[in-house]
Design a protein around this ligand. Structure first.
Ligand code: HEC
Length: 200
């Protein structure tokens, strides 16, 4: 009799343990677990699965320096913008970015000659990966900027760039929604207009 009781009690504990664990897990995925991950040394880890995030847009040959505009034509780069899925869903509802939003800017070379292509450009080798994170508990300026380095020498983890880097000034002065260049992201621009969250 005693053994049966003990076994029943053990089974209860097991069921409870599994139930609690799955509960905790569900909560983690709901609360933006797809966003930035940091090491104890405050380094941002480079997400290896950002190609499964939401693809926001792709810029082609965008340049921000007026003196470059008159210079001899350069081969344009593509800039692919990705955002973590839970923040994207939140933006679609509110037109604003929640805490723990993370963007990846993937810069790729463009190529025009290859295979059957007779005109236009397609994406080629990886040039660099940059990132931004919104986390006001971690960064006094709310947003922080990161550079994971160039194509063949990507770093797995990096600390935020110093706030003296031009990323901070350009994004905060010119971006349309909360440091992000929504003016260049057509589907998000519609949402921001509708929700009235555009700055410019
Ligand atoms: C002179 C202005 C300027 C500077 C300086 C600049 N950016 Fe940007 N950034 C832009 C523009 C414009 C876009 C939109 C790109 C597109 O549409 O492809 C952008 C997009 C981004 C995005 C995508 C999310 C967003 O904010 O819209 C990230 C991430 C990013 N930049 C990181 C950086 C980092 C890191 C640096 C510094 C090393 C930097 N940027 C410096 C203008 C700038």
């Amino acid at each position: 009799m005693k053994t049966i009781h003990l076994m029943a009690a053990a089974a209860c504990v097991l069921v409870l343990a599994v139930w609690t664990q799955s509960g905790v897990h569900a909560q983690q995925t709901a609360a933006g677990a797809d966003g930035p991950r940091f090491t104890a040394a405050n380094e941002l880890m480079r997400p290896t699965d950002f190609r499964e995030w939401i693809f926001v847009t792709s810029g082609l040959g965008m340049t921000y320096n007026e003196d470059v505009a008159g210079a001899p034509a350069r081969v344009p780069n593509f800039t692919n913008v990705y955002v973590n899925p839970s923040s994207y869903r939140s933006f679609m509802k509110t037109g604003q970015w929640p805490e723990k939003t993370m963007f990846i800017l993937e810069i790729r070379a463009s190529q025009s000659e290859g295979s059957i292509n007779k005109g236009g450009n397609f994406q080629a080798g990886l040039s660099a990966i940059e990132a931004s994170v919104k986390d006001s508990a971690r960064y006094p300026g709310k947003w922080a900027y990161f550079n994971f380095g160039r194509g063949t020498e990507l770093k797995d983890r990096v600390v935020a760039l110093p706030t003296t880097q031009n990323c901070y000034a350009c994004h905060s002065a010119n971006a349309a929604v909360d440091n992000t260049f929504v003016q260049f992201y057509p589907t998000l621009l519609e949402v921001a207009r509708e929700k009235g969250t555009l700055r410019h």
